[in-house]
Write a protein that binds this ligand. Structure first.
Ligand code: GLP
Length: 260
């Protein structure tokens, strides 16, 4: 695991966008895993700028979103379909045929989730998975207690998540209670993973993720078992990390390291 501590969210998302852009340039057919939430909004702004100013080409990129609220139609203003259109897809030259987002209105959840997994496999797996982190340590919508080998499925949202995401809805009561989400096992199969954390309300979750024991009560802690994970954090979210001097020291020799 590599940890890079940035001054603020701007520096962090600029660095991540640079890394994503370099990866796309190196492999125009890349398969990306994409998150939602307020942290990635900033990242998507940077990627849109790279597309507009430097011609970053998304025409062959394939994307799989991590999750979608169950019970929200794609057209709902707070669906992750709408979010992706507003923040990224509506501003870049992505081929809509290459975009996969779980259907929150699916009638057959089991079949839909199996097909989602099959589509990821058909495209050769996810090359680069981008993740945010929830206050309770969730990745995608894998709430505390999620099986560490879980696959794409329906999950009940935790009260903390409903509270946190209520800011996007008119009231807490409007936040869906369920989501379709890639599983932790699905996420762990990605060839490389970047997790972004910012703000002081993520400090506890990040501390436990990086330096705590691996436990399904902090889903992100499973990333300790992956050999190509980079955590990008701002100083506030890094506040509970105890080994910052080592992470900073190690960052200087990153180029010579193959596995993290
Ligand atoms: C939602 C998403 C997660 C995201 C989390 C944190 O719950 N399903 O993928 O990581 O929000 O989002 P934010 O960046 O808004 O704190």
């Amino acid at each position: 695991m590599r940890i890079t501590i940035c001054k603020d969210i701007r520096e962090m998302t600029k660095k991540v966008a640079g890394e994503v852009a370099e990866t796309i340039r190196g492999n125009p057919n890349i398969v990306l895993g994409l998150p939602t939430g307020s942290t990635p909004e900033e990242l998507y702004k940077e990627l849109v700028l790279l597309h507009k100013d430097q011609g970053l080409d998304f025409s062959r990129v394939i994307t799989f979103n991590l999750d979608e609220y169950y019970g929200l139609p794609a057209s709902h203003p707070q669906s992750y379909h709408t979010y992706m259109d507003q923040h990224l897809f509506g501003h870049i030259n992505i081929n809509r045929k290459n975009v996969y987002i779980p259907d929150g209105m699916t009638k057959d959840i089991g079949d839909h989730c199996r097909l989602y997994e099959a589509n990821i496999k058909r495209h050769g797996g996810i090359d680069l998975m981008l993740l945010g982190i929830g206050r309770d340590g969730h990745i995608a919508f894998n709430e505390p207690g999620s099986s560490l080998t879980s696959r794409t499925r329906i999950k009940t949202l935790a009260p903390e998540t409903i509270e946190d995401n209520a800011r996007f809805f008119k009231s807490k009561d409007e936040v869906p209670r369920y989501a379709l989400t890639m599983g932790i096992g699905t996420i762990m199969e990605a060839k490389k993973i970047i997790l972004m954390a910012n703000g002081k309300n993520k400090a506890e979750a990040l501390g436990l993720t990086v330096e705590g024991p691996i436990t399904h009560m902090v889903a992100a802690s499973i990333l300790q078992m992956h050999n190509r994970v980079i955590i990008y954090t701002d100083e506030e979210a890094a506040a509970q990390l105890k080994h910052i001097p080592y992470y900073k020291h190690e960052e200087k020799s990153w180029l010579t390291t193959v596995e993290y």
